[in-house]
Design a protein around this ligand. Structure first.
Ligand code: GCO
Length: 448
């Protein structure tokens, strides 16, 4: 048996996102988001599922907070639905929507749980998308206005802020690969979206400073770690492109004030350019305080001219996979955290990490041992990373409960708590009790 002790002030948490758990889509004055529209478009989401009801957390948040208390987390990451705050994107403020989050944040604080707030986890007001979305500066300005409403309302209560969750997904998964809302399939559109959201991020951080808001602010990219299939320079270059498009494409502008040139050149070959306006890079590189990192899996990649715009093909290496098909490989997290040191030893929180394991209730229990094993491996790496002197300060498991898994609908379950989508009954899984124990001890015991 091996014991890994964690630092005294380590943050243990879970994460969720508004559209995935709230439901109540037509209540409280909420406007329509691009995910409402996308989910209603035939063929986009598995089984035609949508977030109209989801986990009904809009009504059941007190029950959810009871679960968090039982779990023992000291931090909870959640996101605010912009269409609840400004239903048509940049018009009137909807006090009813704001009040919902005031009640929620107060209840978290009352429970002794630190709220970790994400401003944008993908539910863009549809009106803004109709007018060109993130590629239009109107959306950028509307985001800053929305962010300022939230900053002012929650200053003094929130100490941890994130502007955007997974910029690669917002830009490329949603606008080049077409898998997420709004579902465009165009490289230039994706690059425009990426640039628009970076400018929005920078402007929001500038407002945060100007308004003297409490706490620290940053952004949460998702990591794609990739290792080359062979020693050939082509395979290594393919991996470099995959890694860089997820992280460097966003973090270089923020930390260095410029895009990674090798990718700019690569995209130029494909006929796409970044629509940089005067002053943009100064805005984007406004210093931030922390980074959120979302990590799930890694790939073994090779160069293949047929493999999309990056010509980087992920190979099936026969590794153990979670039920969504992602290889279980914690090593990529370790490697990536060292790679990240090129930006300096910045404060990092793992803002998402978890496994899709679709085990269901059997005799009133969910024996999700494969999820426990996934968490064990990743927490062991995190312990190693901290021991290497890297400023990794907290860990948020994805997710507190099963929820709407975007294009996969409800069939893919990532929760520590099982949700019966008919009755909306919540049942803690075995992994919940396992995590509860880790948090209580502040150490990880490896079974061997
Ligand atoms: C994400 C997503 C989550 C997903 C999770 C599992 O940020 O990718 O924030 O919403 O549910 O990653 O795919």
């Amino acid at each position: 048996m091996t014991i890994f002790q964690f630092p005294k002030d380590f943050r243990w948490g879970t994460a969720t996102a508004s559209y995935q758990i709230e439901g109540a889509a037509q209540e409280g004055g909420r406007g329509v988001s691009i995910w409402d529209t996308f989910a209603r478009t035939p063929g986009k989401v598995f089984n035609g599922d949508n977030g109209d009801v989801a986990c009904d957390s809009y009504h059941r948040y007190e029950e959810d907070i009871e679960l968090m208390k039982k779990l023992g987390i000291n931090t909870y990451r959640f996101s605010i639905a912009w269409p609840r705050i400004i239903p048509d994107g940049d018009g009137e403020i909807n006090r009813e929507g704001l009040d919902f989050y005031v009640r929620f944040v107060d209840a978290l604080l009352e429970a002794g749980i630190e709220p970790f707030l994400t401003l944008y986890h993908w539910d863009l007001p549809q009106t803004l998308e109709d007018d060109g979305g993130w590629g239009n500066r109107r959306t950028v300005d509307a985001f800053v206005k929305y962010a300022e409403v939230i900053f002012k309302e929650f200053s003094g209560k929130i100490n941890f802020w994130l502007t955007f969750n997974e910029p690669w997904c917002i830009a490329f998964l949603s606008n080049m690969l077409g898998i997420h809302a709004p579902g465009n399939k165009d490289l230039q559109t994706a690059i425009n979206v990426a640039h628009g959201l970076l400018v929005a991020h920078g402007k929001a951080v500038q407002s945060f400073r100007r308004l003297g808001i409490t706490g620290q602010i940053g952004i949460a990219p998702n990591v794609c770690w990739a290792e080359p299939y062979s020693k050939s320079p082509e395979d290594q270059a393919a991996c470099d492109r995959s890694i860089a498009l997820n992280t460097d494409w966003f973090l270089d502008p923020i930390y260095k004030g410029s895009y990674p040139q090798f990718l700019v050149d690569w995209f130029a070959e494909a006929g796409a350019t970044v629509p940089i306006q005067d002053g943009d890079m100064e805005i984007i590189s406004e210093p931030i305080d922390l980074l959120g990192i979302n990590y799930y899996t890694m790939g073994i990649n090779r160069f293949n001219p047929e493999a999309g715009v990056l010509q980087s093909e992920e190979l099936n290496m026969g590794l153990i996979k979670t039920d969504i098909g992602w290889p279980v490989e914690s090593r990529g997290l370790y490697e990536f955290m060292h790679y990240l040191q090129k930006y300096g030893n910045v404060d990092v929180y793992i803002t998402e990490n978890g496994a899709c394991i679709n085990d269901d209730l059997e005799n009133g229990k969910i024996n999700d041992d494969r999820r426990i094993s996934y968490y064990e491996q990743h927490l062991a790496q995190i312990h190693r990373i901290i021991n290497d002197g890297i400023n990794l300060k907290g860990y948020m498991a994805w997710s507190l409960m099963d929820n709407f898994e975007w294009a996969e609908g409800y069939r893919m379950r990532f929760g520590l708590v099982h949700v019966d989508y008919r009755s909306l009954v919540r049942t803690p899984k075995e992994s919940f009790y396992w995590y509860q124990n880790v948090i209580k001890n502040n150490w990880l015991e490896i079974r061997n």
